[in-house]
Design a protein. Structure first.
Length: 340
């Protein structure tokens, strides 16, 4: 079965075609970074309007790339949450309408489940069960994954997510939007250790996180004196060291506790090179295989939505799918993954 995936939860419009027999056929992403850059963050109304503008052309593009007609689509999957309400509604309404016109099911997908399963799209995918470190946008969580649909939350951020902390720290350093990649680039020119930043909850004995104090420590350093460019680079490097040390240490501790030898890392922060280096080195020492999605699939994308829907479909996870044939749809801007 060919599944069309639609992702519009925030500021990327993603469309993809996944075949349960042949794998990923085609995918395309339009990023709104340039549009939101002058505002220093995502403007929800502008995001929604841009999704409307991009969906049909991206659909035509992936159909042409895959060399199929829309009549070959067997199901339409869309991100139903969590995310920005207006942005979610654009993808859900487009997907439900298309599904109705084709007479195929419309399948709602949890955005974080898409990220969680995205490393399984790799040529050499992870195998169940595994520990997952989800570092996507406003979410930082450690999950124990037994199989598709069986997710146990082991720990999460009690305040700022890692991605938010990266973005806010970048803002404090006067960097552009999006802040995470800009901070990582600046950190490459810096020397960690010159500034001393805390490693919040590193020894808390659980798998929860807290990054607001780390961000406040950066603010204190910025306010203490005027920072030259090299000072900023050193502070960025120390921040990155602190954040990635906490993330890597807790994720691998979860592997030890559950005696699992596979760690899956997913979400935008999963593209951070220093985090990958830490996890790979520590994982090798611990005998843990660390799996990532392709860099192009770390950000929000339609491929992960199509894939997650296909896996749930194959596992019989859409018991109420007949309701979707009638054209109804709903979105959930707030939707805990453990409710699946």
């Amino acid at each position: 079965m060919i599944v069309l995936g639609i992702e519009t939860s925030c500021d990327e419009t993603g469309i993809a075609l996944y075949d349960t027999a042949r794998g990923l056929l085609a995918h395309a992403i339009h990023s709104q970074v340039t549009m939101h850059e002058e505002y220093g963050g995502v403007v929800p109304e502008l995001a929604s309007r841009d999704h409307i503008k991009r969906l049909a052309p991206l659909l035509a593009h992936v159909l042409a790339e895959a060399g199929i007609s829309k009549e070959a689509i067997g199901a339409v999957a869309y991100t139903a949450g969590p995310g920005l309400a207006g942005a979610l509604l654009t993808g859900a309404s487009f997907g439900a309408g298309l599904a109705m016109s084709l007479g195929v099911p419309a399948l709602p997908v949890h955005h974080l489940e898409g990220h969680l399963l995205s490393p399984l799209l790799a040529d050499d995918p992870a195998h169940f069960p595994f520990i997952a470190l989800l570092v996507s946008g406003g979410h930082t969580q450690i999950m124990c994954v037994e199989q598709v649909g069986a997710y146990e939350l082991m720990g999460e951020s009690l305040d700022d997510a890692a991605g938010e902390a990266f973005d806010k720290t970048a803002q404090l350093l006067g960097l552009g939007y999006p802040g995470g990649p800009a901070l990582a680039k600046l950190a490459e020119a810096g020397v960690a250790g010159r500034f001393k930043l805390p490693r919040p909850m590193l020894a808390s004995g659980d798998f929860n996180f807290s990054f607001s104090g780390l961000k406040t420590a950066v603010l204190t350093a910025v306010r203490a004196s005027a920072l030259a460019h090299q000072d900023q680079a050193d502070l960025a490097a120390e921040f990155q060291e602190a954040a990635t040390e906490v993330l890597a240490t807790k994720a691998l501790a979860a592997c030890r506790q559950r005696r699992l030898s596979t760690l899956v890392v997913a979400g935008g922060v999963g593209a951070n090179r220093r985090l990958r280096q830490r996890l790979d080195e520590a994982g090798k020492r611990q005998g843990v295989r660390v799996c990532y999605p392709a860099l192009a699939l770390c950000t929000d994308n339609g491929a992960m939505i199509a894939f997650a829907a296909a896996q749930r479909w194959l596992a019989g996870g859409y018991a109420a799918v007949e309701q979707q044939r009638a054209g109804g749809f709903a979105v959930r801007p707030r939707w805990p993954l453990q409710e699946l």
